[in-house]
Design a protein around this ligand. Structure first.
Ligand SMILES: NC(=O)c1ccc[n+]([C@@H]2O[C@H](COP(=O)([O-])OP(=O)(O)OC[C@H]3O[C@@H](n4cnc5c(N)ncnc54)[C@H](O)[C@@H]3O)[C@@H](O)[C@H]2O)c1
Length: 353
């Protein structure tokens, strides 16, 4: 089995707690270098990844031939410039979200990917979540009929005071949490060759920074369901993570359980449009009333949330391994994530945040 050598930039919540933690469980990868400006994080890395080299600046990696790819888990405003610099120096990149803050930066990235031929994989592990995959399967099976609206929420109650609250770091709820629900929302919209219509309202509620911590985002496109994404830090009663309305049924899901119900149009009583006032059997005024046979189903993720998170990460690392060892294409494609940044930039333009 080929073992791929990895350099990790950043030893924070992502670089250490997600990427480093995964690699400890996966024999196909080995951390050979760690970069972090904080000396205590470099010290700890030496202990946690035996044999790795540690560096204050990623440019110290330039010239090394033993690194198969670099995980860019630096703060978000550094993603685009560092990824470009790495690829221009011949390194494959596994990029944390968000890939950039503007469409112009995304175009620059695309140019460098094409020019250098380097791998540019995007770490959007929520696209692999089994629950999301299951919900997509249900919608695509047609049992719910035509999908009219998809609502996705990623909300709770929380105050925040770290760099993820600052616009100068390409932070705030939309760039930080947003790539997960918006990435899933764009899959439901499936309109990657066009530009969806965007409507957004943002607010700053419990944040200590200048970026938003409340987002309501509506997306629409011809012949597609209406998409409603909410990311709120002041929702004390989050009721669902997904809520889907279709012409023959509906679906609701919390973080773990999916429930859906539908009727079969072929079993529905035959009806015809009546223009005269409706009456019941006794000739009295009446409403439309009929008996539909409803079918209800339920599916459970069956895992605790941190295991789900680890399994999403593993699936994404499978893709990176298969790409680098067998040339298999990625599930998360560049054009999909590029559209995400278009939506986010437009949302920020509309709201002035
Ligand atoms: N995919 C996910 O679910 C997920 C989860 C958490 C964070 N993230 C992403 O990971 C990125 C990092 O976020 P975090 O929460 O780990 O932040 P963090 O503050 O916990 O860690 C960032 C680390 O990067 C280091 N750093 C800063 N500048 C650097 C540079 N030039 N080179 C190398 N290291 C540098 C910092 O010293 C720090 O150790 C963000 O872009 C965030 O969006 C993604």
């Amino acid at each position: 089995m080929k073992v791929l050598n990895v350099a990790i930039l950043g030893q924070g919540r992502s670089g250490r707690n997600i990427h480093g933690a995964h690699i400890h469980t996966d024999d196909r990868f080995k951390v050979v270098a760690v970069v972090d400006p904080l000396p205590e994080r470099r010290e700890r890395a030496l202990k946690e990844y035996p044999g790795c080299t540690v560096h204050e600046n990623y440019t110290e990696l330039f010239g090394r031939k033993d690194i198969d790819f670099v995980v860019n888990a630096t703060p978000s405003h550094l993603h685009h410039p560092i990824a470009i610099d790495l690829m221009k120096h011949g390194f494959n990149v596994l990029q944390e979200k968000p890939i950039a803050g503007t469409v112009a930066q995304v175009e620059e990235l695309k140019k460098v990917i094409d020019e250098t031929g380097c791998m540019y994989a995007i770490f959007l592990q929520s696209r692999y979540r089994r629950q999301f995959v299951k919900i997509r399967e249900i919608c695509e099976s047609g049992v719910l009929g035509r999908i009219v609206e998809v609502k996705i929420t990623s909300s709770g109650y929380g105050r925040r005071w770290d760099w993820q609250t600052l616009t100068e770091y390409t932070a705030g709820s939309l760039y930080n949490t947003g790539p997960h629900p918006v990435g899933q929302a764009l899959e439901f919209l499936n309109y990657y060759d066009g530009k969806p219509e965007v409507y957004c309202k943002m607010d700053r509620v419990n944040t200590f920074g200048d970026a938003e911590d409340f987002v309501k985002l509506l997306l629409s496109a011809p012949g597609r369901p209406l998409i409603d994404v909410e990311i709120s830090s002041c929702d004390g009663y989050p009721l669902f993570t997904y809520q889907i309305q279709g012409s023959c049924g509906a679906l609701t899901a919390d973080y773990k359980t999916v429930k859906w119900k539908y009727f079969k149009p072929e079993e529905a009583p035959e009806q015809r449009l009546i223009r005269t006032p409706l009456v019941n059997d006794e000739g009295l005024p009446a409403y439309c009333s009929e008996k539909l046979t409803w079918y209800e189903e339920e599916w459970e993720e069956g895992n605790v949330l941190d295991q789900v998170f680890a399994s999403d990460t593993k699936m994404l690392y499978n893709d990176v391994y298969d790409y680098l060892t067998a040339g298999k294409p990625f599930n998360v494609q560049f054009k999909q994530v590029a559209q995400q940044i278009y939506v986010m930039e437009e949302a920020h333009r509309q709201t002035g945040i």
